[in-house]
Design a protein around this ligand. Structure first.
Ligand code: ZN
Length: 206
């Protein structure tokens, strides 16, 4: 995780998730960023969250690791070296207050441990991603299920947009958006992230 440089995230990238929060469907990727100190490994440990600042929600997402400078024209397989699953933890009530004022989301999305990430594995290619659902299980129950085919903006579009606006290079990672089913985290919840049938990361909330 020490080689991670920048963290970019896409909001409202699954139509049903945008709808469940009563948000408009964006016409271009809605981008935000997290500080690298928000990273915590989702690898069997315990994760502390700032429950004293309001409701924390989970958002299970695919995380892409960019392995090289991104040229103008590229194939996703050429620039994405690795992938992982992650949770974009969000202080939902704080985010709502910030949205109403038109303020940046940093306080709601960038706190310590707000970017939980499993170990990365080699990017398996677009076809494999289309064939494989990712799921979040909390306390043994499946809570979220997503597939990249239901994304509003696909990996290519997200990478292009971030590259055009910010420039992407080795060590930059992208949280690519969450499917419907987000909700409140409780103390002692047991989280499990799965790629297909394969468990990729588990952890417990303090
Ligand atoms: Zn998210």
């Amino acid at each position: 995780m020490n080689d991670i440089k920048n963290i970019y995230c896409v909001g409202r990238n699954f139509v049903k998730h945008a709808e469940e929060l009563g948000n408009d469907i964006p016409s271009r990727p809605l981008l935000f960023s997290k500080p690298t100190r928000s990273i915590v490994q989702a690898n069997g440990g315990t994760i502390e969250l700032p429950f004293d600042r309001g409701e924390v929600h989970y958002e299970a997402e695919i995380v892409l690791f960019i392995g090289q400078d991104v040229p103008k024209s590229f194939a996703v397989e050429d620039v994405v070296e690795k992938m992982a699953l992650g949770i974009d933890f969000t202080l939902r009530e704080e985010q709502q207050r910030l949205k109403e004022k038109g303020h940046p989301w940093l306080r709601a999305k960038g706190f310590k441990n707000s970017a939980a990430i499993t170990d990365f594995w080699s990017f398996p290619g677009m076809n494999s991603c289309k064939e494989t659902d990712f799921t979040l299980h909390i306390n043994g129950e499946e809570i979220q299920r997503g597939n990249i085919q239901n994304m509003l903006f696909d990996f290519k579009r997200i990478i292009e947009e971030c590259n055009d606006l910010f420039g992407l290079g080795p060590g930059d990672i992208l949280f690519t958006g969450t499917p419907e089913g987000v909700g409140k985290v409780n103390a002692h919840d047991e989280f499990l992230l799965r790629w297909g049938e394969e468990g990729k990361g588990r952890f417990t909330i303090a």
